[in-house]
Design a protein around this ligand. Structure first.
Ligand code: PEP
Ligand code: MG
Length: 583
């Protein structure tokens, strides 16, 4: 038995015989005559036209099976066939390097993909796989072959060096139990499609194609990222039990999708999604989120050479607001600094950046950057419900300064005659001073959301990036809970909406406690929405409140966890039903 580790890309467990699939196939040799050059150029053009038709068909098929957004993968690939960068390069290879069409398109695809892979932008790097995929499709048309993955006749686990979106779409779902790849990350399109189609998958498991022989039993744990090759009967039986339990659990959870997040006695809270890109927004809608509770906008600003302009930002916010309509999107204004410096802003080195110029402080110091983002948000608010949330607020004076800049953004748009929509303005509570001053601070804003990641770091003096103190950084520490309570139970809170958007909100163990503390909303990464909803629906509001009261009186995090465990809320150990020593 061998155990390999990769990245869990699509949840679920698959157990079955392996089918090996390698993309790297031998290529035909070059050296063409003048006649052959004309013939190969014409073959290439015909194959490109056919591939374009195939992609249109694949987009239609996938839209029916997995939805509009997934189908967009193939629409984008069809556009690549019109790109002179790819097809022009292949034509030149036929004419200058005397390559047959098959070799020309494959080499052109590899060259364009290599260029994309060298770019700093993660999104563009991920598109390299699409270019290779399009080239492979044209090559397959030239060879007149059927996709080998479409011919798998018995339920199997696919073990591949790399899978392209067209490979994933060619998979016969009844006979594909799961897949493992050597390369690729969880945001590669093949992984996204696997999630949309509900196929368990592990990506980025180096060496897996050499470790597995065809027909050998393979276990794929798409949640934990483990791959077990050639397990014994006892190990298979243990994983099979786990697979069945997980499948039953998933079915139960899926049934909750459209039910409210309410306690057994009808106390209702909202469950929303934390997102960091437009792709995440689509997933949030898919999983039944009641809104976006935290839209981290940093992805627009990091790893680039200049600030994104107002129009670029507007387009992203507009699309998010439109996709979530009629639900709200809480957009957090730029929160960089800390462990995410902005090179184009020329920020000075700081010895303690987490205690430095980050979040709102930075925006107040660079008002032009802030104004541009605020104008884009006010414009996007014409298209949906945008709530603007200010991060790293320390006190009411900062909030007032931010409001003045927001007023200025409004006037600038009015002077330009540009339409703007209504927004709600709120704050993140993630600095202890803000939590302690909540009774005065809440009066300045329309809502607040508690960022437990930073609140824990600042309350317990544990650097959130330092693995050596990670075990101390427990957000269930009663000191953190008391800070949360000083917001949710603040005198004068009245009807003020208070959410939680740190990682704690997505922990089903903590959800009952947070409900008992009086939160209006919990916002989390979309895949855990159903688990948290199940936890909220498992007790009464009275029980939740009593649990919260007792937790506030605990002496340490371990005591809080013991209290929750005694009520049946405990973290799974995460141990797989075998003892695979990591290789
Ligand atoms: C937090 O601090 O809890 C939070 C949600 O913000 P971030 O993790 O982005 O700092
Ligand atoms: Mg934070």
């Amino acid at each position: 038995m061998k155990v390999l580790r990769g990245t869990g890309a699509s949840a679920g467990i698959a157990i079955g015989p392996a089918v090996l699939f390698r993309r790297r196939m031998p290529l035909v040799a070059g050296g063409l005559s003048a006649d052959a050059i004309a013939r190969e150029t014409a073959r290439l053009a015909a194959a490109v036209a056919r591939a374009r038709r195939e992609l249109a068909g694949a987009a239609k098929g996938l839209e029916a099976a997995a939805g509009r957004d997934e189908a967009g993968v193939f629409e984008a690939q069809a556009l690549m066939l019109d790109d002179p960068e790819l097809i022009g390069r292949a034509e030149r290879l036929i004419q200058v390097a005397l390559c047959p069409a098959e070799r020309a398109i494959e080499d052109a695809g590899a060259e364009v993909a290599a260029q994309l892979e060298s770019l700093p932008d993660e999104y563009l790097r991920a598109r390299a796989a699409d270019v290779r995929d399009v080239a492979a499709r044209v090559r397959a048309v030239l060879e007149g072959g059927v996709h080998p993955l479409a011919e798998i006749a018995t339920p199997s686990v696919i073990v591949a060096d790399e899978l392209f979106p067209s490979d994933t779409a060619a998979l016969d779902r009844r006979n594909t139990l799961g897949f493992v790849t050597e390369v690729g990350g969880p945001t590669a399109h093949a992984a996204i499609l696997a999630r949309a189609l509900g196929i368990p998958a592990v990506v980025g498991a180096p060496g897996v194609t050499s470790a597995v022989s065809p027909g050998e039993t393979v276990i794929v744990d798409g949640t934990g990222g483990t791959v077990v090759v050639a397990p014994g009967a006892a190990v298979v039986a243990a994983w099979e039990e786990k697979r069945q339990a997980a499948a039953t659990r998933r079915k139960d959870l899926a049934a909750l999708r459209d039910l409210p997040a309410e306690t057994v006695d009808g106390h209702r809270i909202e469950l929303a999604a934390n997102v960091g890109s437009l792709d995440d927004v689509a997933e949030a809608v898919d999983r039944g989120a009641e809104g976006v509770g935290l839209f981290r906008t940093e992805f627009l600003f990091l790893r680039r050479e200049a600030a994104p302009d107002e129009d670029e930002q507007f387009e992203v916010y507009r699309r998010a607001a439109t996709a979530m309509q009629p639900r709200p999107v809480i957009v957090r204004t730029l929160d960089v600094g800390g462990d995410e410096p902005l090179p184009w802003l020329g920020m000075a080195h700081e010895d303690n950046p987490f205690l430095g110029l980050r979040g709102l402080r930075l925006c107040l110091r660079y008002p032009d950057v802030f104004l541009t983002q605020l104008r884009a948000l006010l414009r996007a608010a014409v298209h949906g419900h945008i709530w603007i949330m200010l991060p790293m607020v320390a006190d009411a004076e900062e909030v007032r300064a931010a409001h003045r800049i927001l007023d200025e953004a409004r006037s600038q748009l009015s002077r330009r005659g540009v339409p703007q929509g209504p927004v709600r303005v709120g704050i993140m509570i993630e600095i202890p001073s803000a939590a302690l001053l909540a009774d005065t601070l809440l009066g300045e804003v329309e809502f607040a959301s508690i960022g437990t990641n930073d609140l824990t770091q600042y309350a317990l003096a544990v650097d959130r990036t330092n693995a050596r103190v990670a075990s101390i950084a427990d957000p269930l520490h009663p000191a953190v809970l008391r800070l949360i309570a000083s917001v949710t139970r603040a005198p004068g809170r009245g009807e003020r909406w208070v959410g939680v958007c740190g990682e704690l909100a997505g922990d089903p163990v903590a959800a009952p406690l947070l409900v008992g503390l009086g939160v209006s909303e919990l916002s989390m990464t979309p895949p855990v929405l159903a688990e948290v909803k199940a936890a909220v629906r498992s007790l009464s509001f009275g029980e939740a409140t009593a649990l919260a009261d007792r937790a506030l009186a605990c002496r340490g995090a371990a005591e809080v966890r013991a209290l929750l465990a005694a009520r049946g809320f405990a973290s799974p150990t995460g141990a797989a039903p075998l003892d695979p020593a990591p290789p």
